[in-house]
Write a protein that binds this ligand. Sequence first.
Ligand SMILES: *Cc1c(COP(=O)(O)O)cnc(C)c1O
Length: 429
Amino acid sequence: MTARQVCRYVSTRGKSPPVDFSGSTQGGLAPDGGLYVPERFPEFDPRSFSGSESMPEMGTRVMAPFLEGDALAPHLASICREAFNFPIPLRPLRDTTSVLELFHGPTAAFKDVGARFLGYSYLLMPAASRARTVLVATSGDTGGAVAAAFSGKPGFRVFVLYPKGRISPRQEKQLTCWESNVSAFAVRGTFDDCQRMVKEAFLDADWRAGRTLLSANSINMGRVLPQAVYYARAAIAYFHQTGEAPGFIIPSGNIGNSLGALWAKRMGFPIREVVMACNSNRAVPEYLRTGTWSPFPTVSTLANAMDVGNPSNMERVLHLYPTVEALRADARAVPVSDDEIRAAIREGERRWGEVWCPHTATAARARDLVGGSHWILVATAHPAKFDTIVEPLIGHPIPVPDALSSMLSRPSRSTEIDATLAALTAAHS
Ligand SMILES: *Cc1c(COP(=O)(O)O)cnc(C)c1O
């Protein structure tokens, strides 16, 4: 480390110059096509925390070393205060199993945490002279969280790409109901197509000309890194209450959320292990089983925000764990079928006293498969967002949280396009 201890970010492919935190958040990919990762991780001593830190306190402490030397560093405490302004409760259920509820933000899914941190970071960055355009592909929930964070913010245009017909009606509402600076595109394709189109735009000279392109996907450092904060905080709280390091069971698709937990573990927070609960998109479970990484075509499932055949953040996981044996020592991955998701939702109230969303249901199912004790199930979305799936299974209506109900009453706007960058270019100009 240099005297100023500047925190640098390097590409997973090792062929791009290092950048600072702000640099790592603005582009989508590093110039060599890799993803940025912190060059090194700070070590935290769990005993130096009280166990009752608030999210803004924990965020300021955990993120500080990562913003060292960056223009945003003086603003870190205020970014955390604005971004982490909703509760993230950790509640005991039974059988030494607790639940960490990440869905109390404006769009009722965990993506609000990272999207709000990124949004306030962009707002506080020195104003660019050029128009700032945020491009985001979404499998369902990212787009809403990003749109909510930027809607009506002067100087920002937001383009949201989502796979037509593959998201819930309420998710679609959350992508399409914003101020005129947010445009939503229903892409005739899959989430992987949307993600590819965004990557292409970032590499396209015409798209880059005349504007500052900003990414907001879960590949963005400004979104992934804050996700380590709630794992650090929950692990510390659990450890203080029980003397045990918990394992986390995390509904996983593009692997950004699980990456946050693996990074928090690397920083010394008391996390025993990480279980990636997947749906029928099996790339990660297959990798852990066979040791050979290969993406699969995307399969549509009930847990649609996890319908990712080629999870981008695996590149960062493979960088953190260069061998499959190393990853197996810290993590497992469990595939969960749609039938098992339905069963977990049906049994949720009787077994756990909870109504699960289809994503969280994968974690509940995985809990039964992994056995053992001291688990924290990560609840990634409010079940009312997926009422059309959940209500028929549990046989009664789910009360709708306030943020969701006010959104449902607004008008929607979206444009349907083919899954090519040319179609997006034609439609937006
Ligand atoms: C995005 C999302 C996931 C998957 O998170 P990744 O970071 O992509 O692994 C799980 N559940 C819900 C509700 C989501 O919106």
